[in-house]
Ligand binder design. Structure first.
Ligand SMILES: *[C@@H]1O[C@H](CO)[C@@H](O)[C@H](O)[C@H]1NC(C)=O
Length: 509
């Protein structure tokens, strides 16, 4: 009997098989990966996962049920074509574009038949895990299913999420995530940083959030006011870590889990394994990620890469979606590449990358130096940071020439400092008290156990912005000081002006 009671206590106290609903609504494979790699691990640990995303599994996994919103893809493909035009737009326009895209996939996702069926069902969940990326209307899923909400941010602390938890992020030392600065800003950079922060905040409050509010009211007509939903999440899991992002302030309910998506490398396919093992002088791996396709790589740029690669004694593995005729013998095209496994191979010397955040994290994890070819959004910052950490050279996409590539390739392959710096970063990422994936799951289960984590909400959330920045207190102090000075001056005037006042009076008489 005692054993049974003890067992029940332990069993009830921990959460083994919670029902978790998760939505990663972006039409982007890297966003999907951030969700899938976490949820797959939770499913393995016994939780019952329902996963809304545009990328359902071909073979069903145990404990993981897909709700496919692949139907949103065609409509978004049109918008995605604009991505490459973003290279030279301002950070603010970049933000606007993302927000526009966000509205589209937020609405399409909620409107899809599969999600509508789920909303109409009587299913219940213990927790809702939502990827937060320009989709605030979807936070109402928490209210709909009467379950606490945990958010996961695919990128570090930013204008997008800081306001949700009143997280401090002064423009003086927290750089705007869409701007190519690092945390050490000159005066003119701080000025620009302040400008970007202010403009994006204004845009957010007067355009982005009202639009999301309309979407929420359309799909959840009985929900409480948008503002209540917006600021009611329990926790934010943040894809950041000081090994690759700036050390910045985080409230108690913002948990850094950066690096969690990197899985232990699986076995490489036989031919690739052989190729990597047998390469005499090492391998350069070149991939521009999943969003950037061949049709945007012009003939001229293609030639720059091919010429620069042909002069290397190293071999080059190039992940590309089409074959290229007449390649030099040391260059091999891969249409599909297990990136994590390739980067884990000791014979890989260099990674030529667009600097997407996931690639950046994987690179650091495996300690590989990079040539960064940033195109849009946070890639510029990621590569600016990689350069600052001393393991990368940047070659912007529109400035690519054979000479620049050759210089960067030779510099990194022949100067050992890049490899050493990459290894140093890797050591920082790997030296953690708890593995990031365990940390992420611990905090999700924590919210389930406590049925929400509002005890972690900072009082700052209840303050207005001017109260939070002490402007009201400063106003009172200023007023008091000025009043005192005024009284003092008046008093002094009265004392010292006594005689002159009398004298003038006397003159008049
Ligand atoms: C806020 O979240 C808590 C639990 O996490 C829930 O009990 C409450 O109903 C939520 N409020 C709204 C307005 O959704």
């Amino acid at each position: 009997m005692r054993c049974l009671v003890l067992f029940l206590c332990v069993y009830v106290g921990s959460v083994h098989n919670a029902k978790v609903l998760s939505i990663f609504p972006m039409h982007s494979h890297s966003h999907f990966t951030l969700g899938f790699n976490l949820l797959q691990e939770m499913a393995k640990r016994g939780h019952e996962i329902t996963f809304i995303s545009p990328y359902p599994q071909e073979k069903p996994l145990k404990n993981l049920r897909d709700i496919s919103i692949a139907s949103i893809k065609p409509a978004l493909d049109e918008l995605k074509k604009e991505l490459f035009r973003l290279e030279n737009v301002s950070p603010i326009d970049n933000f606007r574009y993302m927000s526009k895209m966000g509205r589209a996939f937020t609405e399409l996702g909620l409107a899809s038949e599969e999600v509508q069926n789920l909303l109409k069902s009587n299913e219940t969940f213990d927790l809702i895990l939502i990827e937060h990326f320009f989709n605030e209307a979807q936070f109402a899923l928490g209210h709909h299913f009467k379950a606490p909400v945990v958010l996961l941010s695919p990128m570090p602390s930013s204008i997008l999420n800081n306001h949700l938890f009143a997280n401090p992020s002064p423009s003086s030392y927290v750089h705007n995530l869409f701007a190519p600065f690092t945390q050490y800003m000159t005066l003119s950079e701080r000025l620009m940083n302040f400008y970007y922060d202010t403009m994006m905040t204004i845009y957010q409050y007067y355009d982005e959030l009202p639009a999301q509010k309309r979407i929420m009211e359309k799909f959840f007509p009985n929900a409480p006011p948008f503002e209540e939903i917006l600021y009611n999440s329990s926790l934010l899991l943040m894809n950041s870590h000081p090994s690759f992002s700036d050390p910045v302030p985080h409230m108690a309910n913002i948990i850094e889990i950066g690096g969690y998506h990197v899985l232990p490398p699986k076995k490489l396919p036989h031919d690739l394994h052989k190729y990597l093992n047998e390469s005499k002088n090492g391998v350069v791996y070149f991939s521009m990620g999943s969003i950037l396709k061949s049709h945007v790589l012009t003939e001229e740029k293609r030639r720059c890469f091919i010429q620069a690669f042909s002069k290397l004694k190293q071999d080059v593995l190039w992940k590309f979606d089409v074959d290229i005729e007449g390649l030099p013998p040391n260059v091999k095209i891969l249409k599909w590449a297990p990136q994590n496994e390739i980067l884990a191979h000791p014979n890989v010397k260099l990674f030529v990358t667009h600097g997407g955040l996931l690639s950046t994290i994987e690179t650091i994890y495996h300690g590989i130096p990079t040539i960064g070819i940033p195109v849009f959004s946070d890639q510029k910052f990621n590569i600016a940071a990689s350069e600052k950490f001393g393991y990368a050279i940047k070659v912007p996409f529109d400035e690519i020439t054979e000479e620049k590539l050759t210089y960067a390739l030779n510099e990194i392959l022949n100067n050992p400092k890049y490899k050493e710096n990459a290894k140093r970063r890797s050591a920082i990422m790997r030296d953690q008290q708890v593995k990031p994936i365990d940390k992420a799951i611990y905090w999700i289960e924590y919210v389930i156990r406590h049925k929400g984590a509002h005890h972690l909400h900072s009082a700052a959330l209840d303050l207005e912005w001017y109260q939070r920045s002490m402007l009201d207190v400063l106003a009172i102090i200023t007023l008091t000081v000025f009043t005192l000075i005024y009284i003092l001056i008046t008093a002094l005037k009265v004392v010292f002006n006594k005689t002159p006042v009398k004298r003038t009076k006397q003159k008049k008489q």
